[in-house]
Each structure stands twice: as C-alpha cells, then as structure tokens.
Design a protein around this ligand. Structure first.
Ligand SMILES: Cc1cc2nc3c(=O)[nH]c(=O)nc-3n(C[C@H](O)[C@H](O)[C@H](O)COP(=O)(O)OP(=O)(O)OC[C@H]3O[C@@H](n4cnc5c(N)ncnc54)[C@H](O)[C@@H]3O)c2cc1C
Ligand code: SF4
Length: 350
C-alpha cells in the first residue's frame, strides 16, 4: 500500500464535529487546515452551561479537544477566518481564506470537511410569544447564559420565582415554522428546567409540551429524573399567548390532558427554538459542489453517509440537529472517509 502523506484536508468549522474530524485526520499523519469564523474553537458546545444526559461540564470536553488539537503538529488552526471562494484544480480545491483583517490566504486541499453547525430559528415570527418584544422571553441558547449567570452570582442572583419552557417552537409547524422535529430540544429543555430547580430551588419550572421524545441511551431516565426528583411540572398543551401583566408574564394555554384552559404567571419564558442550518451554509456548500436539502442542511450522496460531493464530506449539525456525542461521532466518521480517500489503492494493485 502506498500512503500519500503530502495530502491536505480543509475542515470548515471548529465546533465539536469539525474539531473531531481535524483530530482524526491529523492523527493519521495528514496536514489539516481547521478554519473557524469565531476567535475561539468549540462552537455551540462551548456556550453550554451543562450537558445532558449526564450533567457534565461541556467546557471540559471542549478544552480536552482543544488541548488535543494543540498537540498535533499537522493541524493548523485558523480562527477568525472564513472561506471566501473555492475552485477545483484537478482532484483538489484551491481555496481563498479570508481573515478578519481583510487579508486573503490561498491554500490547496485534497479533501474538504464541512462542519459549520446550526443556529436557532428566529422565533419572533411567533408574535403571540413576544420574543424580541418582552426582554424576559428568551431562546434556549440565551437561557444557557442565564444559568451561568445565576450559578456565578449564587445567592446574590436576581431570582425569578417561576419560569415556563415552551417546546417545539418553530418545529413541527407547517404554517409558520418547519415541519420537522428538531430532535434535541426535548432533552435540553429537560436539562434546563432541571438546572433551574438546582440553582433556584424555590422557583417553579413548567414545561409545556405536545409530547416528549427521549430516544437515546439514558435519555428517558434523564427526563424522568427531572420530573420525579427535581419536581419540574410538565403540562401537556401548546401555549397560545404570552401577555405582560404587572411586571410579570402570563402564559395562556390549554391543558390537553385535563381539557381545560389554564393561565400561569411566570417571570421568564424560554423558547426551544427550531434548529436550522447556519446562515451561509447553502452558499458555502455551493462553492464545493456539496448537496443541500430543501431546508439548507447539507445532504449526503446516495449510499455514502458522510460524503456530500467529490472529495467533500460533512459532519455535525450542518447536516441536521444532533447532540454533541453524535456530532463528535460524525466528525470521526468523516475523517475516516478522508483518510480512506487519501490512502486509496488503485483497483488491481495489491
Ligand atoms: C440550547 C441548546 C442546548 C444544548 N444542550 C446540549 C446538551 O446538553 N447535550 C448535548 O449533547 N447537546 C446539546 N446541544 C447540542 C449541541 O450544541 C450540538 O450537538 C453541537 O453544538 C453540534 O456541534 P457542531 O460542531 O456540529 O456545530 P456547532 O457547535 O454549531 O459548531 C459549528 C462551528 O462552525 C463555525 N462556523 C460556522 N460557519 C462557518 C464558516 N462559514 N466558516 C468557518 N467557521 C464556521 C461556527 O462558528 C462554530 O464554531 C444543545 C443545543 C442547544 C441549542
Ligand atoms: S425534540 Fe421535542 S421539543 Fe424538539 S421539536 Fe422534537 S418533540 Fe419538539
């Protein structure tokens, strides 16, 4: 077998998926450019306060991966950098990378891994919930910051007495949102409601849900423990309106199990907004001849789960909603495809 250790890979996006892809390609002995538009690696996982299903500190995972990357000489990390353009030259790509200071660096890559992740849908289209109007109506990522603030402030925290969590906002909704289920929000909502009870034991936490989906190792047990041991109250029903009243927020909903309309007074509403591809994903995919689906998520070519074009692979939430372990696993799988491509033995040669 011949190996071509002079081959180079470009990984776009340094969240969990992109970091894992870069690590595995670098460990196999190939050079990697790991391009990240922000000034730090870690993606959304780096912004989380705690993680399901084991209440782990996501910072430890991100720091471990950054440390590993820093130990691999073959990986060159380029933060505050984006892809300006790309063109094919033979089997390889010539890529112009744009730095924050406006400088452009040209690199050649024999394979590309797209790992640009996701963002949350702008749920201000649900005017009845008041996102963007009432300051205490926040999305689920903004709420991770609140958890961190309350944890740091300890007893000095300005404590809400009651918080309502709305699931499926912008998901499973053909009229204003997306028809698909965003897959991870049942789990992170349970986590956030459970953490609320840990940090603010006096506060009430209500989760409004249509149903809950907890299919994963230890997931069902996780949600059950939040309901049974942390005493988060799950209310079956879709809230119809949030109204300001005397400095608080009134949530109007129907309890579909009891068949009665209900009103709950809270200090904060947290919207589990739909997972959508990051802005610019379609344009980036187009530069590399990668496939996207009707929503703009990156899609695989038939029969190859992590391949999206000729020499182009993808991993993580740019393909669809996924939890951190899944993003990491997909990063490793995309790396295996890249290494297999680099080590490919011509047919008939032994
Ligand atoms: C509120 C919330 C709570 C969550 N809680 C949990 C949890 O408890 N447990 C769990 O397992 N999962 C949780 N998740 C899911 C977790 O965040 C994802 O699984 C993970 O972030 C996916 O990693 P990724 O690398 O695919 O994408 P991302 O984390 O989105 O990383 C993508 C990276 O690509 C970069 N990028 C994007 N575009 C470009 C570009 N054009 N050029 C260069 N760089 C680019 C971004 O800046 C980012 O660093 C949660 C998600 C949310 C929204
Ligand atoms: S994962 Fe749960 S909260 Fe998210 S869209 Fe699906 S059912 Fe709704």
């Amino acid at each position: 077998m011949t190996t071509n250790l002079d081959k180079k890979a470009l990984v776009v996006g340094a969240g969990l998926a992109g970091m894992e892809a870069a690590i595995k390609i670098g460990q196999a002995g190939y050079e990697v450019y790991l391009v990240e538009k922000e000034n730090t690696m870690g993606g959304v996982t780096g912004q989380l306060f705690s993680s399901f299903p084991r209440w782990e500190n996501p910072r430890e995972l991100v720091d471990n991966r950054i440390q590993t990357i820093n130990q691999i000489e073959k990986i060159r990390v380029l933060t505050t950098t984006t892809v300006q353009s790309a063109r094919r030259e033979g089997e390889a790509f010539v890529v112009d990378l744009q730095k924050a200071d406006g400088q452009v660096e040209q690199v050649a890559a024999d394979a590309v891994v797209l790992a640009t992740g996701f963002e949350l849908m702008d749920v201000s289209v649900y005017g009845e919930y008041g996102y963007g109007i009432y300051p205490n109506v926040v999305n689920s990522l903004e709420f991770e910051d609140k958890l961190r603030e309350w944890s740091a402030a300890g007893s000095k925290a300005d404590r809400p007495k009651s918080i309502a969590f709305f699931k499926c906002v912008g998901s499973r909704d053909r009229s204003k949102g997306n028809p698909y289920c965003s897959k991870i929000c049942c789990m992170y909502t349970a986590k956030q409601a459970g953490l609320t009870k840990d940090l603010l034991p006096e506060a009430k936490a209500y989760v409004f849900y249509m149903d809950y989906r907890a299919a994963g190792k230890e997931y069902e047990e996780f949600v059950r423990s939040v309901i049974e041991t942390k005493h988060v109250r799950y209310v079956r029903g879709r809230p119809s309106k949030v109204l300001p009243e005397n400095g608080r927020l009134v949530v109007r909903a129907e309890d579909t199990l009891m068949g009665v309309p209900i009103e709950v007074e809270v200090d904060m509403v947290v919207l589990a907004s739909a997972i959508v591809p990051r802005e610019g994903t379609r344009v980036l995919a187009g530069m590399f001849g990668a496939l996207t689906d009707q929503y703009g998520f990156i899609e695989n070519v038939p029969f190859e789960l992590r391949q999206t074009g000729n020499g182009v692979f993808f991993a993580g939430a740019c393909g669809f909603a996924v939890e951190t372990a899944g993003a990491q696993a997909q990063g490793a799988a995309a790396a295996a495809d890249v290494v297999a491509l680099f080590n490919r033995v011509p047919q008939g040669v032994k």
